[in-house]
Design a protein around this ligand. Sequence first.
Ligand code: F3S
Length: 292
Amino acid sequence: MKVILSDHAGFCWGVKRAIRLTEESLDAYTDRPIYASGDIIHNRQVNELFSKKGLMFESDITQYDSRGVFIVRSHGLAQNTRTAVQEKGLEIIDTTCPFVDRVRKRLEELLQDGYYIVVCGKKGHPEVSHLVEGLKDDQYTVARNSAELESSLTGWNTHTKIGLISQTTQSQEMFDEIQERLQETCTDLRIYNTICHATIERQSVVRELAPQCDAMIVVGGKNSSNTKNLLQICLEYQPHSIHIEDVDELQQLGEEWFKNINTVGVTAGASTPDNIIDSVVTWLKNYSDTTS
Ligand code: F3S
């Protein structure tokens, strides 16, 4: 069995930056409590490591010690939460990815120019919550695809001026689908494709690799949006595709899963560490050696 690791698998620039800033803070502020309101990145192992080094995951601001340090995650932070943390007196270390900031700026431009906002993304995802924070219900809607847009209760189709933006890790296919649906009815549509470069790069590499393989393995956190989107793309080209979090899940697949596979492709989400990807590739190569 041939094992092909896709180019650009694993950490993106924004995730590396968030990890570096968090590590530096944990090293620098050993005498002060350090908080984050949730996962720094969508990877269990990395967050567990931070927790061992003293990072406290706590979403309830009332529990924070005012001498503490607060780490803003790469997905960004709602302004009202930021203000509340600042008013409590904590120092803020901001790891928000600049690409996420750029989307928020685009959204503000659209609002200023009187556009109703359609965000192509997942409702409730931390990045999307940060983006739409403070907007009234009749100013925006969030949809992952055209079916969700159709069932949106906010009356998007009554607006003549619509601005389309995207969660940075959304799939290009879903963005195109929503764009096409909006173009059917909207007379004044302004489009900002704000899917980040790292996501576009990973998705396009997978579109080329998956059709050449008999199976695809996508490695990444189960709550990682960009990993789930990579799986969807793999499934379009290769139905024998699976999403695993680590090598333990791979070992549990059993021989049946690997039957008739000559070539297996491996890719990984933007928050998957190299050591996890390496262990998956090594396991596959060993499996191949022992079964051939
Ligand atoms: Fe930033 Fe894109 Fe990575 S938004 S955190 S570079 S996936």
